[in-house]
Design a protein around this ligand. Sequence first.
Ligand code: URA
Length: 269
Amino acid sequence: MAQDRPLNHDEMVAVLDWYRAAGVDIAVGEEPVDRFAQRAPQRMTPSPAAPTRQQAAERPAETPVLGGDPSEARSLAASAQSLDELQTILGAYDGCGLKLRATQLVFADGNPEAKIMLIGEAPGAEEDRQGKPFVGKSGQLLDRMLGAIGLDRTKVYIANTVPWRPPGNRTPTPEEMALCLPFLHRQVELVAPKVVMTLGGPAMQTIFSTTTGIIKMRGKWSSVAIGNHTAEAIPTLHPAYLLRNPAAKQQAWRDMLSLKLKVEALGLA
Ligand code: URA
C-alpha cells in the first residue's frame, strides 16, 4: 500500500539512484505535464507536397540526423592531426546529445600504436565513471578473451562507436551513431590498424555498413574501408551478450582463434 508520508533522506537517494540507472538524469520541470491533455498544435501551413520518385531517389543516402550537424562533425574530425587532437576536439564537441547526460568522454584505451583495434558499442556505467572503454564486467571478460590468445591492452587499441554513455545503457540511436561516426572514422585513420574486431551487433552494423544480424555475420573476415583507411575486419559477439548467454562463448572462442591466426599470418604478434 502506498505510504502517505514524505520520503526520508535514504529513500530519496535510492529513488534518485533508480532514476539514474533508468536513464532519467535531467530534471526538465518542477511539475509533471499531462501531455495527453494538451491539444495537438494546429497546422498553419499546407503540408509539403510528397517528393516525386526521382526527388526521393536523388536524396543523399545518409541517416537523417536530429539536432547535430553531420557536416560540422565531419570537418571537425578531419581537422584532427593526432589522436590527442581528436580527443580534445571531441571533448569540446556539443553536437551529440549523449554528452549532456554522460559524466565524461570515454575516448579509448590500449596502445595507439597497436595494429589490432577493437570497436565496441558504447560506454556503460563503469566506463562512464572511469573514462575508459571496457572496464566493467564485460571489459573483464574481454580481457580474459584477449589473454586466451596471447593479447592484452598493450597490444590492442580499444574504442567505441559512440564515446559517451547512453542513458540507462540503451543502444545509441542511428542519429547519435551517425553524428559520432566521423570521429570514429578519424580515430581509425589515425591508429591505422591492420586488423579490426567489432564487438556486438551495433558496432558491426556501423563498421560494416550493414543491417545484417550479428549471428549471421560473426566470424567472417572482410576487407573494410573505415573512413580513408582499409583494414581486415571480423565481427564477434559482444562480451555483455556472452555474460548473459554463456553457451555462445563457444562461437566467440572460434572468432578469437580466427583473430589469432590472422594476427600471426600478418606477422602482427
Ligand atoms: N560495452 C561496450 O560496448 N563498450 C564499453 O566500453 C563497455 C561496454
